[in-house]
Every structure is written in C-alpha cells, then in structure tokens.
Design a protein around this ligand. Structure first.
Ligand code: BG6
Length: 483
C-alpha cells in the first residue's frame, strides 16, 4: 500500500534504537515507495538538537547501515524529519509538540493521522501515554501507537501501563512490538505447521516427545547492566520472545490468516497454559549467572550491577498446555548471555517407533532462526556397505541472494504498522497471560531468595550455560538436542 499520509512522532528520537533500527528501516520503506511524500517524522528527546542536526543523524544512520545509497534519495528522505526538544514530564512541551504536529499535518496533508512510537526508557511510557491523552495529542484521522518492550515489569505494572495507553488508543491501534515476530524463520512457523501434511499430521502428543527452544547469546550484558539487573533473563527474553515462539508452536490452526483469527487462536491456547506452583518452579526451572574469565567480567562485577545481585543471566524452564494440538507435550526452553555462540533454534523432538532394525534416531525437526535461517528434518536410512541405520538431514534452506532480500524485522513490523496489520504484534490478552506465568516464577524465586536458599548456578562464560539445566527433563530419555 502506498502513500499513507501520517505524522509520526518518535519519543526517543536521539536514541540508539531510532538510530540503529527505525531510521534505516523507514528509509528502506521510503525507497521502495511504501511510504511517500505525505509523511513527516518528528524526533523528540531532551537534547537541544535542530531539525538540521536530526537530519544529519538520520543520514548518518542510513550510511552506517547501507553499502550504497543514492545521496539525493537520502536527502529527500531526511527532509521529512523535524526535531522537537521535549521533556516527557513537562506538560507544556506536549502543547508545543501538538502545535508542530498540526503544522506539519497541514503542510504534508497528513489527514490528521498520527503514529506515536515509544522508543525511549520504558519507565517513561506511562507518563507519555498520560500526556498524549490529557493534552489531546491524537489527530482527527487514525491514531496508532507502537510500544517497545518491556511492557511493564510484572502483571500489575503492565496493567497500569495498559490502562494509561488505552485511555487514548483502542486495542486495535496499540502495536506492542516484539522484534522476534518480525524474524523470517519465526514467520515461517505457521506456514511450516499448516501447509505440510507431513508436519501437520504429526503435530500432536502422539508423535511429539518434546519441544526445545534455545535463545543463546554470545554477548554479555554490555552497557545495559543498569536495566538488566532489574530485569533478568526471564523478563528480558522469556516473557516476550520465547513465549511468542511457544504460542506459535502450540496454538490451534487459525480459521484464516487475518490478524483477528490468528490472535483468537493464540488466546484460545493460552487459556490452557499451566501456571507453575512454587514446587514446580523449584523442580522445573534453573537460573544462572555467568562467571568471569581472563578478559571478561563476571556478571556481578559488570558496571551498574549490584555485586550481590540475584538477577539471572540464564534461565531454563518447562511449560505445558492442557489443550491445543500438543496438549501435554513438555516444552523446554532456555536462554542466556555469554553462551558458546549466538544461536536461536527450535527443536521438535519426535518419539521413537518400534522397528525391526532396532536402534534408529528420532526424526527431529529443527528450525534455525539465527544466525542462519533453515529448517531440517533428520531421517533414517540404510548404511551403504554395512548393516545398520544411517542418519541424514533433509534441509530447507535459502540461497545467499534470497537471504540478502530478507528485510530486517523492524522494517517488516514498521510496515505492518503503516498498513494496520497487527498479526505480528502482542495482543494485550497474550501479554497478560505471559505475565501471569512470569510472575509465578519470579514470586517463587523471590521467596527462595528471602528464605536465603536461592539456587543460582554460576556458569563458565562461552560454554553451554549451567549443567543443572540438563536435569529439568521429565524422563531420563530426554536431553538437549542442541549441545
Ligand atoms: C532483546 C533483549 O529483546 O533481544 C536483549 O532485550 C537481547 O537482551 C536481544 O540481546 C536479542 O535479540 P536478537 O534479535 O539479537 O536475538
């Protein structure tokens, strides 16, 4: 869809996210003619920048992310950007912002359409939402808002934030962004599950033994110690990314591909999410913190981290549903900083069958999300010149040229916001359910901490995380497929 007139207001216009992701993604959409002429972007932040300085920043952001660009295009694109120095806690600043938005609306014939983007520290989201409402910043056309993660710190704060946002925006106009939902292979889960009889017909507890999700990172917390120490791996990665992946894997087939139907299928599933008891948390969850090495800090020694911190940089856990196609199938997940390598993958482990050959491997289906994008299925066959069974992978893979065409997750999701498609965003009812689960685990951990018997495994950096995570399986015949 072309030419969607809109005035976009970015809170956090001088920030890292805007620079690394939003400006380059908007430029790509502009270059493809997916946003055009009748748009203007107001970048806001506290610094006293000028329009010209913001435009230079935008142009730098594009040059840093593109090998070759047409300088005239960059200039034309950057000319749509305006800067407004803005303190989000100062009510009067919203009056000025509103005036600028109105002026630009007239100049660009934006038809009263507004798109707000919260790209700054999450502690300000509620304040911004409140003042968008009390200073009537919404326009006379459509009004949409994109909210970055984390959406709240627990269920109570998420509910509060949601209340503040829904004072001005309908649920349909709130785009809670989860960049994992913009990734190529995450978007491939539904077509893979629902278009292949080979896969669709075995998607049940009768054939699937367990599912394993790994979101491993090579990096530590880097400069984000302050934020991370109040969050931890469970809130930072499981509450959003891992739970959205789990939902896509376990939900029933939607009746069609509309955003409503997809969210309906997700919600139907989530009603049957089992919330763990404190005993189950103790048994089925492992938390860890990375140790130091010759060249790197231990987590507790990272800048802005409490030296006695009980925040986890690693978590492994288990979950299950009581309904849906894979009701009862254990879903194991783990995520951590300072792993051996960056790796995002999903392993669907199938049950063995009795067969006259005796030993055979299980047919596993693996979806690799990052850094490579591929799906492979392990199959058994005969060995050529000796008795026995050999194992090979059948691989679904993209060529280099195809991969080069895959847009960045942000570009995809921003485009979805422009065309009003909320399929790949988190609905409030999903988020609420995820927090209920996370709160149960956090509460159980908190009680353990208070009782002085918190079990936080210390793990060596750049390996596979704490070995305690090998013991969360229900049966001795289960183990991590990715080791
Ligand atoms: C973010 C987390 O949501 O996802 C970060 O806050 C994490 O801690 C990042 O590093 C990982 O994203 P990706 O796309 O690199 O796997």
């Amino acid at each position: 869809m072309k030419n969607i007139p809109v005035i976009m207001i970015i809170f956090g216009g001088s920030g890292d996210l805007a620079h690394r992701k939003l400006y380059p993604s908007l430029f790509n959409l502009y270059e493809q003619g997916l946003i055009h002429d009748n748009f203007a972007v107001i970048g806001t932040a506290r610094r006293p920048w000028s329009h010209e300085y913001l435009r230079e920043q935008v142009s730098d952001a594009i040059h840093e992310t593109h090998d070759q660009v047409d300088e005239n295009e960059v200039k034309a694109f950057a000319s749509h950007f305006y800067y407004q120095s803005h303190d989000v806690t100062n009510v009067e600043h919203y009056v000025t912002l509103k005036k600028l938005a109105q002026e630009l609306d007239d100049r660009y014939s934006a038809q009263g359409n507004r798109l707000f983007y919260m790209a700054m520290a999450p502690r300000f989201f509620g304040t911004i939402a409140t003042h968008i409402n009390d200073q009537h910043l919404t326009g006379s056309g459509f009004n949409r808002i994109v909210v970055e993660k984390p959406f709240g710190h627990d269920l109570t704060s998420a509910e509060q934030l949601n209340k503040e946002i829904t004072a001005s925006f309908d649920e349909n106009d709130i785009f809670r962004i989860d960049h994992y939902l913009g990734k190529e292979m995450i978007q491939n889960i539904m077509p893979m599950r629902f278009t292949n009889p080979l896969i669709k017909n075995i998607w049940s507890g009768e054939y699937i033994k367990n599912i394993q999700i790994t979101l491993a990172e090579r990096l530590g917390v880097e400069a984000r110690g302050g934020y991370y120490d109040t969050s931890g791996a469970l809130r930072d990665m499981v509450q959003n990314h891992i739970f959205q992946i789990i939902t896509l894997l376990a939900m029933p087939e939607p009746k069609d591909l509309s955003s409503d139907s997809v969210h309906q299928a997700k919600q139907e599933l989530l009603k049957s999410l089992i919330i763990p008891t404190p005993e189950e948390v103790k048994k089925n969850f492992v938390r860890g913190q990375y140790l130091g090495s010759d060249t790197t800090f231990a987590y507790k020694k990272e800048p802005n981290v409490d030296p006695d911190s009980t925040t986890e940089t690693y978590v492994a856990g288990k979950t299950k549903f009581t309904s849906g196609p894979i009701a009862g199938v254990p879903i194991y997940f783990r995520t951590g900083k300072e792993f051996k390598e960056k790796k995002t993958r999903i392993d669907i482990v199938l049950k063995h069958i009795n067969n006259p050959y005796g030993q055979a491997h299980s047919n596993n289906i693996t979806i690799e999300v990052d850094p490579e994008s591929k799906i492979y299925i392990t199959v058994n066959g005969k060995k050529i010149d000796e008795p026995g069974i050999r194992r090979e992978d059948l691989t679904y893979v993209f060529s280099k040229e195809e991969m080069a065409k895959v847009p960045d997750g942000y570009e995809r999701l921003l485009h979805d916001v422009f065309v009003n498609d909320s399929t790949n965003f988190t609905h409030w009812s999903e988020l609420k359910r995820y927090w209920e689960f996370i709160d149960a685990v956090e509460d159980a951990w908190q009680k353990e901490n208070e009782a002085g018997n918190s079990e936080i495994a210390q793990y060596l950096p750049y390996r596979m995380g704490p070995k305690e995570a090998d013991n969360i399986f229900e049966s001795p015949t289960e183990h991590w497929i990715y080791e």
